[in-house]
Design a protein around this ligand. Structure first.
Ligand code: CP
Length: 329
């Protein structure tokens, strides 16, 4: 891979498909999980710069651990709170609050680092701007080194790779050949990005090894760009029937962009709703609002695999960093 910002950055092997490429990365991640330090020499003398324009716990720590496992140095820069305010628009007249243009800053990062990892959230104010992924595109344009998304305005590919690693691992404990996976919208108290849901839909449909259902209230449709191949229903009960995995996530509206229309607690997943599933394993990317998105009884019960999922963030990051190092000598 040259960069890692979406499932479409994966390079299928000769004669292979995107699904094959996902499986290769998943298997590599599981090899790292079995023996975290075996590839310690891969990143010797290399450095990843982790730029955070927005908060993070799991992504930040797991990427640092993954880099360390590969023998790389990881330097974290909270550019959103500690750096100069960056300008991303071309030909901007910088007489406002921005202090440094990405055109000047990114090439400097390119001199300091071998890989540039970036977290940047959407504004949720202007859909066209957010969905243009200007920030990530500008870093790719000007840094001159591989760019790794730690979650962008519309996608969270490291999370989605982690989710497929976790599903693959869980399936090895069952006899299920083709799981039913349900992405179930959950209530929340504030408008959240569509990134995790977009990305999960993008990766699961590309993986093409599951019956994939998305359930959400009316007016919460995601961009069709990411949901082709999914069955979409507003009936959560129908969606949950016989589900093997339920991925719970809130997102704000896409069409009338960045709004909350609905926060009906009936959409929260609880044990009663799990009764019609196939003992479904419950996933969430975290952080989670307890008893708003998911009930205590589910999160603390036997169906929850959220901690395993978060733990697997390390192996996803390690497989991706390794791949970027190997293909960008
Ligand atoms: N799931 C996830 O990306 O968590 P953080 O925001 O804590 O990194």
């Amino acid at each position: 891979m040259k960069h890692f910002t979406s499932v479409h950055d994966l390079v299928p092997p000769p004669g292979g498909t995107l699904s094959t490429a996902i499986d290769s990365l998943v298997q590599r991640a599981l090899v790292h999980k079995a023996n975290p330090a075996a590839a310690r020499s891969t990143g010797a003398g290399k450095r990843v710069g982790c730029l955070f324009l927005n908060p993070s716990m799991r992504t930040r720590l797991s990427t640092q651990i993954a880099a360390q496992n590969l023998g790389m140095e990881a330097i974290v820069f909270n550019v959103g709170s500690e750096g100069w305010a960056l300008e991303f628009e071309e030909e901007a007249i910088m007489s406002g609050t921005t202090v440094e243009h990405v055109k000047d800053a990114a090439p400097v990062f390119g001199k300091y680092f071998d890989i540039l990892a970036i977290r940047t959230f959407p504004s949720l104010k202007n859909r066209e701007d957010d969905y243009s992924e200007l920030y990530i595109r500008q870093f790719i344009k000007y840094a001159g080194i591989p760019v790794l998304s730690l979650e962008s305005a519309t996608l969270h590919p490291l999370q989605s790779l982690t989710d497929i690693i976790t599903i693959t691992e869980s399936l090895q404990e069952t006899n299920i050949k083709r799981p039913k996976i349900v992405l179930s919208w959950a209530p929340h108290v504030k408008p959240l990005p569509q990134c995790v849901a977009n990305s999960f839909a993008q990766w699961i449909t590309a993986w093409d090894k599951a019956d994939f259902v998305i359930t959400h209230p009316e007016d919460y449709e995601l961009s069709k760009e990411f949901t082709q191949g999914a069955h979409i229903t507003h009936n959560q009960d129908e969606a949950l029937k016989d589900a093997d995995f339920v991925y719970v996530k809130n997102w704000s509206t896409y069409t009338d962009y960045g709004k909350i229309y609905e926060s009906d607690p009936k959409w929260m997943l609880n044990n009663k709703k799990l009764v019609t599933t196939n003992h479904a394993r419950v996933m969430h990317c975290l952080p989670v609002r307890r008893n708003v998105e998911l009930s205590d009884e589910v999160l603390d019960g036997p169906n929850s695999i959220v901690t395993r999922e978060a733990g697997n963030r390390v192996w996803a990051a390690q497989a991706v960093l390794e791949n970027l190092l190997q293909h960008n000598g």
